[in-house]
Write a protein that binds this ligand. Structure first.
Ligand SMILES: [Ca+2]
Length: 613
């Protein structure tokens, strides 16, 4: 902005308002943090609010830095994810739209050329003058179309992506495609080959094919299995656990605290904030340096505690001293479990693990969370120090997990279901303006992930009442905190990953879920659920006050028939009848060039936040 414009703006603000503190209208710098597959019970402050006991019901947890955030700001304890899988959950946050309005239901690649498409909120922020930076995991599979072909599309102006960081060795673990081994081209390529990076920067590749084709690598995986004390996911069908089994549920990081991939995200963030050059370089990546004349939007996408669960040794040792209460599966639960949810449980089944493996899985998970908490603390400190130095207002939005994670709850180590442990993800908002997000305040009203976009946009100066933002599905959390907006009787969600198409509606008392579509073919048989029998909808109903672990499916219990019917109708009308969009993205791999939209709008405005049972 030219000096004359600053003068005019200042003059205009002063003449509109007698309050001489112009800084109040200044756009704040914003830090948005999202963790990955993070259970709410890993945080003492959340446990204290929810149960009165700071520890998880499973046992010892540690979270001094997130606890501190809750003291500095407002905790939205009943915040929920819409789609409990990384990609659809992150899409709902970035778009500020429900899956059934954005048309992104699972891990599909999609594009920004479909007629109903609206920009992500970081793009809106850039249009409002912000400089935007992402560090770490994004998970939104957005593409654009150029010359009829699907092309990469950046949501953020600047990106420090993990893929390049891990190739540079700034990680303890990675996974990548390799087209060349030992200088020789390999065909087909090694797809998603796993590797560890040692303290010395050496790469240890984990691949059965590699060991067979290149004898010099023989035994690397076996040695890594022992050295890092790995627990890999396995089941009877796929055979016993081997050094090549997929999914690391426990073990120790090959690197010390601060030098894991999450550790490097924080180091990059700290260095970036101190950088005074026009450009900023880390490893092989160079991005624009920080423009202190612009308001800043920083997004930190941590990978912890997503698999591979590999806490650094210093954390792991401490947590190995604790014995945890292991959630066990009651076989009766399996019998009445909705089929789609049973499918998911079986896909991530862990109940056959022996007790010591289950202990290890839980110890390492919470140790990983404790390590991540330290990294959050460091990021927050660096951000606040930057703002104090710049004398700028600021805002932190901390989202505890893009969704949750089961530690043998319901017999599975996984996500993807509408059970509370998979979708309950508290949010903490801390602001330099303590009137909007008061210190230590706890809000028990429902909050949904679609609220994140309008909250941040509003703080950045957007007029949410303008036509431009009419597409946003959520509410401003400042208005929820102050009670200015209407209260929700329920929250909703829908996800198609692993379970198949399934939606849920949750009140403070009950949660009802059902199959929404007969298959995943977009736009076909949209009216299926309306004509299907109740049994065909594969219903699940749980009563939270009497059954907080959600093990007794009451969907076919006569006493709860009325409740089930009401919730079914409401849910169906909303997700299938209130402006539902499905898109044929024509997704073959990442080549999402389709833009054909299918709509279902037989019950407009069914989503009115009201449901009396
Ligand atoms: Ca995730």
């Amino acid at each position: 902005m030219k000096p004359t414009n600053i003068f005019l703006l200042t003059w205009a603000l002063l003449s509109l308002n007698n309050n001489p503190i112009v800084a109040q209208n200044e756009q704040p710098n914003i830090l948005w943090i999202v963790t990955d597959d993070h259970r709410y019970d890993a945080v003492r402050a959340f446990n204290t609010i929810l149960t009165g006991d700071e520890m998880s019901e499973l046992g010892y947890v540690e979270s001094p830095n997130i606890d501190k955030l809750t003291k500095m700001g407002t905790t939205f304890i009943n915040a929920y994810a819409h789609a409990p899988g990384c990609a659809p959950s992150r899409a709902s946050m970035h778009f500020g739209r429900y899956p059934f309005r954005s048309g992104v239901y699972e891990f599909e690649y999609h594009n920004n050329k479909a007629a109903h498409y609206k920009p992500t909120f970081p793009e809106q922020l850039a249009a409002m003058g912000y400089q935007t930076l992402r560090i770490g995991k994004l998970g939104v599979r957005l593409k654009t179309i150029k010359n009829g072909k699907s092309r990469p599309y950046d949501i953020y102006q600047n990106n420090m992506d993990f893929k390049k960081l891990r190739k540079d060795g700034f990680t303890g673990w990675g996974k990548d495609w390799f087209y060349e081994i030992e200088g020789k081209k390999v065909s087909p390529p090694y797809k998603s080959m796993e590797y560890f990076v040692t303290e010395k920067g050496e790469f240890e590749y984990i691949s059965e094919r590699l060991e067979n084709e290149f004898p010099k690598y023989k035994g690397v995986a076996e040695r890594a299995m022992k050295k890092y004390d790995l627990l890999r996911w396995h089941n009877k069908k796929k055979g016993p656990e081997t050094p090549f089994s997929p999914g690391i549920l426990g073990g120790v990081s090959s690197r010390k605290a601060g030098e894991t991939r999450d550790g490097f995200y924080v180091k990059i963030f700290e260095d970036y904030l101190k950088n005074k050059e026009q450009q900023f370089t880390f490893g092989s990546q160079t991005i624009d340096g920080i423009d202190t004349d612009k308001p800043q939007f920083f997004y930190l996408g941590f990978d912890f505690p997503h698999t591979p669960v590999l806490p650094p040794a210093s954390y792991r040792k401490r947590f190995q001293k604790h014995t945890y209460k292991i959630p066990l599966l009651d076989q009766n639960e399996l019998k009445t479990m909705p089929k789609q949810m049973r499918r998911q449980v079986m896909a991530g089944y862990t109940d056959h693990f022996n007790t010591s493996d289950k202990q290890k899985m839980i110890q390492d998970y919470y140790a990983f969370c404790a390590y991540g908490d330290d990294l959050i603390g460091k990021s927050v400190d660096a951000f606040i120090a930057y703002n104090e130095k710049q004398n700028k207002p600021w805002l932190i939005v901390y989202v505890n997990g893009d969704h949750g994670w089961k530690l043998n709850d319901h017999g599975s180590a996984s996500k993807f279901t509408p059970w509370d442990i998979d979708v309950h993800n508290p949010i903490v908002v801390v602001s330099s303006d303590k009137t909007k997000f008061p210190e230590g305040k706890v809000v028990k009203d429902f909050v949904e992930f679609v609220d994140i976009a309008p909250t941040i946009l509003s703080e950045a100066g957007a007029d949410l009442n303008s036509e431009k933002f009419a597409y946003l599905d959520g509410m401003n959390m400042a208005a929820i905190a102050s009670g200015e907006t209407h209260k929700r009787d329920y929250i909703i969600g829908e996800s198609h990953a692993v379970t198949g198409p399934r939606a849920f509606i949750r009140t403070k008392e009950y949660v009802f879920s059902m199959q929404t579509r007969p298959h995943k073919k977009r736009g076909q048989d949209l009216g299926w659920a309306q004509n299907a029998s109740y049994e065909e909808l594969d219903p699940g109903l749980y009563h939270m006050p009497s059954d907080p672990k959600e093990v007794n499916n009451l969907a076919f219990n006569k006493k709860h028939k009325k409740v089930a019917q009401k919730m079914k109708q409401k849910l169906m009308d909303i997700v299938l009848g209130d402006n539902r969009v499905e898109v044929e993205w024509s997704s073959k791999g990442s080549n999402a060039t389709g833009t054909t939209i299918f709509k279902s709008n037989y019950a407009p405005e069914a989503h009115d936040y009201k449901l009396k049972l």
